[in-house]
Structures are given as C-alpha cells and as structure tokens.
Design a protein around this ligand. Structure first.
Ligand code: PGA
Length: 253
C-alpha cells in the first residue's frame, strides 16, 4: 500500500507573523520535491499571515490544537470553524506537551479530533509513551490505550503521530527498531478499530528529535509514513533537508 509521506513542522510557541512569513517565503523559494506532502503548523496568531503566503502553493497549513466546541466561554481556545475560515485544513491534537503541561487527556484529545474532523479538518493525533512507561515495559499497553480513544474518529481524516515523550526535544530519537515496532503495533490496532483497508491508508508519523542526520534511517521504515518535527522544522535548511530525505526514501533510495 503506497502512502504519500507527510513531513509536518510543529513550530510550537515559535515564530510570530513576521518570522512565519519570512520562513515560508524562504521555504517556497527552495526546489522541493513533489512528494512528500509538506505541512506547517505555526502558532494561531501566525496563521492568517501564513495562509496568505501559502495561497496557491502545495504547502499545507495546520493549527497546533483546536477546541471541541463551536463557540462559547472557553477563554484562550479556538474553534475548528475559525480555522477553516482562514483556509486551515489540518490540526494537531493531543501533543504530549498539551497532555503534560495543560492537562489534556485521551478523552479531550478525541473530542478535539472529532470536532476538527466534523469541520473538515484532518486531525494529526499524537500519542506516545514516557520514559518511565518504556522502562517499565508498558509501551504497547500505553499506545493501545491512547490509540483506542480514536475509535470513533473518521479514519479518512486521520493521521497518527507516534512521539515517544522521552525523544521530544531531547536530541534522543527512537532507534529504527523501536520506531518500526511501535508503528507496526499502532497500524495493527488501527486495523482492529477501523478495518485493514482503513489502517493501510492511515499515515503514521514519527516524532521526537527527527533531524536531517537521522531522517533517512527513520523515514525509510515500512510503517513510518513521515515525521512530525519540532526543533528541526524551525530552520528552513534542516526542514527542507528532511523533506528531501523523505522524497529519497519514497523513491526507494
Ligand atoms: P522535536 O519535537 O522534533 O523538537 O523533538 C517533536 C514534536 O514535539 O512534535
């Protein structure tokens, strides 16, 4: 099953409107390969300026989160319809920083993803184990629980991002064996939740210290369909190097 790889940049709380525009202008001036799909997720405040720059380009635009309600008294939150109004078509949900620092859970992650999908967005559904859970041999159990919370979602508007918490922003990436094992397990669980056919089409991204020097080794794995990249997505050169590595892997190089 050929899945088009996806390289997604999660800028987190970096790059205001001006810096976002400068980055995107530089990215668009690069000779980028046709595949993979490329997605950038700037902070909310930078989405309008980013949407303007990206009009007519093939670079996709996403938000870093989205609320599950359409409107109301939810200070600091953004509704899916506000994103679609800007032309945003993707939203990350359940990033481990949202879970660890802002109290988000499997339940709220699936609610956010459902609202995103209902508005026509693709949900990038993040999950992954902590170091403690891995050391205690609980990785698969944790992944099973997290992915099961996605059971009511629409598999055709779903991307899963496996991001071991211990690898995020630490410089320490999962080994290819660890990544392939987790991704294959997730795909098998997705097949149980949805169907074999649906699971074969869902892109499962790897995230956690993905950078140009390890991109090829991780992106060539059979169940790794791209990456969700934090630190290395903030620099045009390293982000485009990862995009090129994904293209080489897709071409079998
Ligand atoms: P990192 O972040 O690439 O800086 O490790 C990945 C992520 O949090 O999505």
């Amino acid at each position: 099953m050929a899945r088009t790889p996806l390289i997604a940049g999660n800028w987190k709380m970096n790059k205001g409107p001006e810096e976002s525009v400068a980055f995107l202008e530089a990215l668009l001036s690069q000779e980028l390969p046709e595949a993979p799909d490329v997605l950038v997720c700037p902070p909310y405040i930078s989405l309008p300026a980013s949407a303007m720059i990206l009009t007519g380009s093939s670079v996709l635009l996403g938000a870093q989160s989205v609320h599950w309600e359409e409107s109301g008294a939810f200070t600091g939150e953004i509704a899916a319809s506000m994103l679609t109004e800007l032309g945003v078509e993707w939203a990350i949900v359940g990033h481990s920083e949202r879970r660890a620092l802002f109290g988000e859970s499997d339940a709220s992650t699936s609610q956010r993803a459902a609202a995103a999908q209902a508005a026509g967005l693709v949900a990038v559904y993040c999950l992954g184990e902590t170091l403690e859970q891995r050391e205690q041999g609980q990785t698969m159990q944790v992944l099973e629980q997290q992915v099961s919370a996605a059971r009511d979602l629409n598999p055709t508007r779903l991307v899963v991002a496996y991001e071991p918490v211990w690898a995020i922003g630490t410089g320490l990436n999962a080994t290819p064996d660890q990544a392939q094992e987790a991704h294959a397990f997730l795909r098998q669980r997705l097949a149980t939740l949805f169907s074999d056919e649906a699971a074969a089409k869902i892109r499962i991204l790897y995230g956690g210290s993905l950078k140009p020097s390890n991109a090829h080794d991780l992106l060539r794995l059979s169940d790794v369909d791209g990456g969700l990249i934090g630190g290395a997505s903030l620099d045009v050169q390293s982000f485009s190097d990862i995009i090129r590595a994904a293209a080489d892997c897709a071409a079998g190089a």
